[in-house]
Design a protein around this ligand. Structure first.
Ligand code: ZN
Length: 273
């Protein structure tokens, strides 16, 4: 779905038609340079996914106009998709890039699963984190059952609780990463270490816990995960390319990205590092 509006640059008076694809997030921020005077024009669109409502804020460096006379200047914004540079109007970027997928149906069904995880399951996982930290085992068990569709995991001791929580978190986050198998190597190495030198690994872990490093690391990783979920729609086009496009089509220099969202991603990248 594309929403069309027209605005006028406050500096030079040039009118521009904005054609904005409606994504699955709650907010879309778009920016472009005025085609005549190059001043940066920005607008924000608020979406209510439950009621399919949308509301624009007043643009920066421009004003919305009625658009009775359609301007020949057009900008196209399409969140969650890569837009081939110079895509002729009115070709849809979805149609233009659909041939790049290895299996577009798989992409669509897993993307639907990601949306369920983000909006339905992630809030449960965050509540479980709170109960885990406060050793509120009864509530942890209740929320865990909800997450697992009624199946209650073994949460009998601290090690089981932490292990289950890490495993469940990894299971859901693997839906969101370009190369889920990248974690296999370290996972296998640590499993092997436990099998072959359990006492040494336990001693190391105990030191890591008593020095406070485990708690600090847990806090950092939790913050990164929270930010990742929040910013998922900004990262989605790149996940789509790397995980779902055929390898010979992955040159992204010939595409534009509608929502770069540098401001929000900057802090996230720094925290990741
Ligand atoms: Zn202008």
């Amino acid at each position: 779905m594309i929403n069309r509006r027209q605005l006028q640059c406050v500096s030079c008076g040039t009118q521009v038609v904005t054609r904005t694809g409606i994504g699955h997030g709650t907010i879309q921020k778009h920016k472009f340079a005025c085609p005549t005077c190059k001043v940066e024009i920005a607008f924000v669109l608020h979406l209510d996914q439950d009621t399919a409502g949308l509301k624009y804020d007043e643009p920066t460096n421009a004003a919305w106009v009625d658009g009775a006379v359609e301007s020949p200047n057009t900008v196209l914004f399409y969140p969650e998709l890569m837009i081939p540079r110079g895509l002729p109007h009115p070709l849809s970027p979805f149609v233009a890039t659909s041939g790049n997928f290895k299996d577009i149906r798989e992409y669509q069904s897993v993307e639907e699963a990601r949306r369920q995880i983000k909006y339905k399951l992630w809030p449960i996982i965050e509540r479980i984190y709170v109960h885990f930290e406060n050793v509120n085992i009864q509530l942890m068990r209740k929320e865990a059952a909800e997450l697992m569709g009624g199946k209650i995991p073994d949460l009998s001791d601290d090690e089981n609780r932490a292990g289950w929580l890490m495993g469940a978190t990894k299971h859901f986050f693997d839906f969101f990463v370009a190369y889920p198998q990248l974690g296999d190597g370290p996972g296998k190495a640590s499993a092997k270490a436990v099998v072959e030198h359990e006492a040494a690994v336990r001693d190391f872990a105990a030191q890591y816990i008593s020095s406070g490093r485990t708690a600090a690391l847990w806090k950092e990783i939790k913050s990164v995960r929270r930010q990742f979920m929040e910013l998922y729609e900004s990262l989605l086009p790149l996940l789509m390319v790397r995980r779902y496009w055929r390898e010979e089509r992955q040159d992204i220099t010939i595409y534009d990205l509608s929502i770069k969202n540098f401001e929000d991603l900057k802090g996230f990248y720094i925290d990741c590092v």
